[in-house]
Design a protein around this ligand. Structure first.
Ligand code: DX5
Ligand code: ZN
Length: 220
């Protein structure tokens, strides 16, 4: 099994010490910084937007994995691409013309991601797989950090892995929500490539060690 890519979620950082926490991520084995944008409409919470992105970009040396939990994401793709995103995830449930949206993300020079809420089946992606670089499976209902992992996610990852193989897709599988050192081994076994982790990294006594153990797929 390959080592997973790890994407610590900024949502769980200490915003009063943002520079300190970003420098910690820079020193870590993390592969991305996960940047959660919530609009208070698509999800029942509001997080942060462009001013924070600009500050993060000045201090963060890891590629930015931007997760748009917003309605009408097409309106903001150019701004996030120009703001430094490497990957832009839009929600399947928020896109009327998903093929067009994903094509647009790639045209802006970013990798195209599609996020699926826990109730959204993976089968709906079959006809747009060629446009997808990453599938982000939500393992909680999006909107808040620190929620409990939904166990059915493991089965869903395995189903997605099969769908990708059957269509010769090289899209990566990313998991977001309640990911910890406890469920990481099963997720990796089922086929996950990228693990997003908020509380289990920033809430750990030693975040660098937490990232390392997630990467190694160890139980604590
Ligand atoms: C949830 C966000 C997640 C969140 C993960 O809506 O999309 O990225 O920050 O945080 P944890 O790992 O604490 O569940
Ligand atoms: Zn997220």
């Amino acid at each position: 099994m390959n080592k997973p890519f790890i994407a610590p979620s900024l949502l769980a950082a200490d915003f009063a010490n943002l520079q300190r926490d970003l420098e910690l991520i820079n020193r870590s084995e993390a592969d991305y910084l996960h940047f959660d944008v919530m609009d208070g409409v698509f999800v029942p919470n509001i997080s942060f937007g462009f001013p924070i992105l600009e500050a993060v970009r000045r201090h963060c040396q890891k590629p930015l994995d931007v997760h748009l939990m917003i309605t009408q994401p097409d309106r903001y793709i150019d701004a996030f691409a120009e703001g430094g995103a490497s990957v832009i995830h839009v929600h399947y449930e928020a896109c009327t013309h998903l093929h067009r949206t994903l094509t647009h993300i790639r045209q802006m020079g970013c990798r195209a991601g599609v996020a699926l809420n826990p109730h959204t089946p993976v089968a709906g992606l079959e006809d747009v797989l060629e446009q997808i670089d990453v599938v982000l499976i939500m393992s909680v209902n999006p909107g808040f950090g620190g929620q409990s992992f939904i166990p059915n996610t493991i089965r869903k990852v395995a189903k997605l892995k099969q769908l990708l193989a059957a269509n010769r897709s090289s899209a990566l599988i990313e998991i977001d929500g309640g990911v910890s050192q406890k469920n990481a081994p099963a997720l990796l076994e089922a086929g996950a490539d990228i693990l997003v982790a908020g509380s289990s990294v920033f809430g750990a006594p030693d975040p660098l060690e937490a990232i390392r153990t997630l990467k190694d797929g160890h139980q604590p």
